[in-house]
Structure formats: C-alpha cells, structure tokens
Design a protein around this ligand. Sequence first.
Ligand SMILES: Nc1ncnc2c1ncn2[C@@H]1O[C@H](COP(=O)(O)OP(=O)(O)O)[C@@H](O)[C@H]1O
Ligand SMILES: [Mg+2]
Length: 307
Amino acid sequence: MIKFEHVYKEYEGNSAIEDLNLEINDGDFFVMVGTSGSGKTTTLKMINRLIKPTSGKILVDGKNIDDYDLQKMRLNMGYVLQNIALFPNLTIEENITIQPESLHWNKEKRRKVAFDLLEKVGLDPKEYAKRLPSELSGGEQQRVGIIRALATSPKMVLMDEPFSALDPISRTQLQDLVLKLHRELQTTFIFVTHDMHEAIRLGDTIAVMSKGRLEQIGNRDDILNHPKNEFVKGFFQQEKNGQATVGEMIDAGFGTKTDQAINSSLLKEDSLNRLAVELKDNNGVVVFENIDDNYQFVTSDLLDFFS
Ligand SMILES: Nc1ncnc2c1ncn2[C@@H]1O[C@H](COP(=O)(O)OP(=O)(O)O)[C@@H](O)[C@H]1O
Ligand SMILES: [Mg+2]
C-alpha cells in the first residue's frame, strides 16, 4: 500500500500540492485526474522519488520511501511517460530488456520475458523484436513503452498521461490493453490523465485533483453520482449527460471575474456551442453577468476546457 501523509510541495515558494492525504491499495487501478497544472505529475514523481516533497511523508508498505534503497525501489516501480522515449538505436527487444540486462539476467531469460510481453500486447515477437522504434507506429511504440515498464515484474506501474499523444482509435485500443494487463497481472496501476472519459473508463479508484488539492476520491459511482462539491460535479457533468454548459465551465475553474462591461447575454445554462458563437462575434472575449459579477471567457478557455 502507498500512503501520502500531509504531503506538501512548493516550487520556489509557490504551492503545487497542498496537504495531500491518500491511500492506494495493492492491486488497484488508481487513476488521478485533473486539469493541466493541478499537480498530477508532481504527485506521481514524488512516489518514485524523482521529486521530493517539501514536507510530509510517503510510505510504501508502511515504510518511508526515503528509507528504501533507491535502485531497488525503482525496480519495483515501472514508469511510463507520455512521450514514449524508446532508445532509437536499440531494437525493440533491447529496449524492453534494458532493466533486466542491468540486473544481469542471462540472454535466454531476457529474450523470454521480451517475447512473452510482446505476445501479451499483440505484437508478434518474431516480427517485432528485431525492429527499431522508428519502424513502429506511435501506438505500437507506446505498447512497447508499457511492457518495458513491466519487464522486471514491478509491484506497481506509474503512468503519466501515456496515451494523450495518440489518435482516438489507438488510445481506445491501448486503454483496453491496460485494462487487460491489469486483470492478468497482480500489479498496482497508478495512472494520471487530464481526460475524464479516460478516468471513468479505467479507474477502479478515481482521485480528482484541482490546483494541488484532492477534491474527491472514490469509485465511478461515487464520482459520477455523488460528487462531493461543485468542482467534481462540473468536471464530470459532461460525462453524465453529454451536454456541457457555460456553468460547468465556470465550475471547472475556467474564466475570470472582470470589471469589463458586459458585451453578451450569455447565461450559465447556455451550451458551449452558444459560447463559441458569442466568442466569434465578440473577437474572442465574452463578458456576461454571472450572479453578481461580470465574468469573462476568452477563446483559449473553451479550447482548454475541451482538451
Ligand atoms: N520544476 C518546476 N518548477 C516550478 N514549478 C513547477 C515545476 N514543476 C511543476 N511546477 C508547477 O507546479 C504545478 C503542478 O504541476 P504538475 O504537477 O506538472 O501538474 P499536472 O501534471 O497536473 O499538469 C503547476 O503550477 C506547475 O507550473
Ligand atoms: Mg503532468
């Protein structure tokens, strides 16, 4: 089990994580979801000690991570990044077996693990083992990125937006693949995404982050049907009814209060299609009345919301 106890992280005096307390159980498919800058990568990298908390403790199986031998600890923590980062001059087999080689596994054992894993993700080893990364599609390379992280049978795998650079079809296939791998292996998956659809699709446990704070943690039903606050409700509303509104964008933290004069009769209940039209008609800046304030959206708010 992984446990965060009152973890804070500041970068040069700016708070990135505020009093984070959470537990991740063994074997869970744990998804952390939140908009860009909410602290997801920081949280993930604190687990494998790429980033050190400013204060607070992180425990793995009851022991402070600082008390583990770093090399040994990292071998038990696979790590998959968004940009695939395979070594271009090494074959696929060599890429998969970098860690096993550093552990001095013999050639036969290394080959077996590479071939078994390639098989598992639907890449024929006889065809793919000898190829170079440039001879694979983006989706295929990311499959290799995932199995490379599994080569030493780690206890947990940390994945940081691994599919966000892929086209929608490859992304869906890879989501299915990680669900299958998770069912087959007894490994804890810790998966970071900004995509609420992906979070709902993959997570057994879902942690919703905003601005360095954990807003809610729970299963699909908790998050979709029992949101703890307006932020969580707003973030997942679209998933629930497929029709996002201006109010949900405000709840999700987009737009700003302003002293500018109103130039639009936009309402909280209006659809985002309506907002797009208003932005177009008003040179990309819409000011409308929201309860007692004048509120402003710019075009990038809408784009950021959708991304
Ligand atoms: N090395 C760094 N130096 C300064 N600020 C950083 C650094 N890394 C991240 N931050 C800031 O910390 C906050 C959280 O970042 P991050 O964990 O990368 O968020 P996410 O992965 O959710 O997009 C952001 O405001 C970001 O700008
Ligand atoms: Mg990130």
